[in-house]
Design a binder for this molecule. Structure first.
Ligand code: SER
Length: 403
């Protein structure tokens, strides 16, 4: 019998160490660090928010020389509203950090995937048997991505071929190409099934082979200088490395859990935590609540938070949000903004929303609005009383539920 004491298990890496390991790995391989840009895209950009690390780099992926060279790495704050309805589940966040690496016409697919494997296995200590890849299997315009397929085979990683799931584009036109996603097994049993068939395979890293530009007529033009763009959601990677069942269970959220925010739990706690944290980052990047564009997204997040809180107790207030949570969030995302400024925006939106709800309930209790509402009613409620349609519908549902 082996009587040697078992070596103590190494504690999992912290979020900060994981970022350093990622950026250090690519730095050692000749990549220069590109600083994070704000969430708000400059005027003229077709999208409102920075949605991926590659987004600000689009012109360089299309061929313009980058001042820092042809190998880049960064950690970029991003906002994704496409997943807004999924927030509340264990793996989606509205604002998160995206780790990224780029080859701007330098090395190709095989090198990128091999480094990806090396970092996950040797750098982060993930057992190779817990890895699975997916690869573009071809469509009516293009054949399968055989280079990626061969690389994974050489590395001994199982591959699943898919169609559109392994095609990446940032919009209807612009740079695009086949991608290869890396999944890590998170189940308690030995790995089984494939990524599309078993959600215990969690996607952590996407390597996009930027080989084409999609033109207005939807045709694909090969890029003169193809590159590679990779993106890995930090919080989800941390979840896997720290062995947590949810992104909200990682070290980054310890202070949020310890604060026992308004005694919430489950999906409500996750929604309130995600939306408040996202709101803080947006406010620090200069977004202010408004009826349209960036400000509308912020308003929607805050109103969902307030509606959730007030369902439990109409006296709950954002004034009770601990300042340490605001400071910690600003620190994690590398933002400089006075905490007081963030609090003022939160409280003034809370004040405004409370006033609207009060007015709305009063107006809607009038006999004229007791039956089904016509378009004219909605118009009058909006123009005369400043009540938006979604708020009217919410209040009417509330009064039906309360009857
Ligand atoms: N563009 C890819 C993504 O956002 C990889 O960066 O997933």
């Amino acid at each position: 019998m082996d009587t040697r004491p078992t070596p103590p298990r190494k504690p999992p890496l912290t979020t900060g160490q994981i970022v350093e390991t990622f950026t250090g790995f690519f730095h050692d391989r000749g990549h220069r660090f590109v600083p994070s840009v704000p969430l708000v895209r400059p005027p003229g950009d077709p999208v409102l928010f920075t949605t991926s690390g590659m987004h600000p780099l689009t012109p360089y992926l299309e061929g313009r020389p980058h001042p820092l060279g042809r190998r880049l790495v960064n950690s970029q704050r991003v906002l994704r509203t496409t997943d807004l309805d999924e927030v509340g589940d264990p793996t989606h966040l509205t604002v998160f950090q995206m780790l990224g690496s780029w080859s701007l016409g330098d090395y190709g697919t095989e090198q990128s995937l091999r480094w990806g494997y090396e970092l996950l296995v040797d750098g982060f200590g993930i057992g190779p048997e817990r890895l699975h890849a997916t690869v573009f299997g071809g469509d009516d315009q293009l054949g399968p991505d055989t280079r990626s397929l061969q690389t994974w085979r050489d590395l001994g990683v199982p591959v699943e071929l898919t169609g559109q799931d392994n095609w990446w584009s940032n919009g209807p036109t612009g740079p695009c190409g086949p991608d290869s996603e890396i999944f890590v097994w998170t189940g308690d049993t030995p790995p089984q099934g494939t990524p599309t068939g078993d959600d215990r395979w969690v996607e952590v890293w996407n390597h996009v082979m930027m080989r084409y530009r999609r033109l207005d007529d939807q045709s694909l033009q090969p890029l003169a200088r193809p590159g590679v763009d990779t993106g890995m959601g930090l919080e989800r990677l941390v979840m896997v490395l720290q062995g947590r069942p949810s992104v909200f269970g990682i070290d980054l959220f310890d202070p949020w859990r310890q604060a026992l925010l308004w005694q919430l739990d489950g999906a409500e706690w996750r929604i309130v935590t995600d939306h408040l944290r996202s709101a803080v980052v947006m406010i620090a990047d200069g977004v202010r609540p408004a009826a349209n564009a960036h400000g509308y997204v912020l308003r929607r997040l805050l109103r969902r938070v307030l509606t959730t809180l007030w369902r439990h107790d109409p006296d709950h207030t954002l004034a009770d949000l601990p300042v340490e949570l605001i400071e910690g969030t600003l620190g994690h995302f590398g933002q400089q903004c006075p905490v007081e400024e963030v609090r003022e925006v939160l409280l003034s939106e809370q004040h405004r929303f409370a006033g609207m709800l009060r007015r709305g309930r009063q107006v809607l209790s009038r006999p004229r609005f007791s039956g089904p509402l016509s378009e004219e009613d909605y118009g009058c409620l909006h123009d005369t009383h400043g009540l938006p349609r979604e708020l009217i519908d919410m209040l009417r549902q509330e009064s039906v539920a309360g009857k």
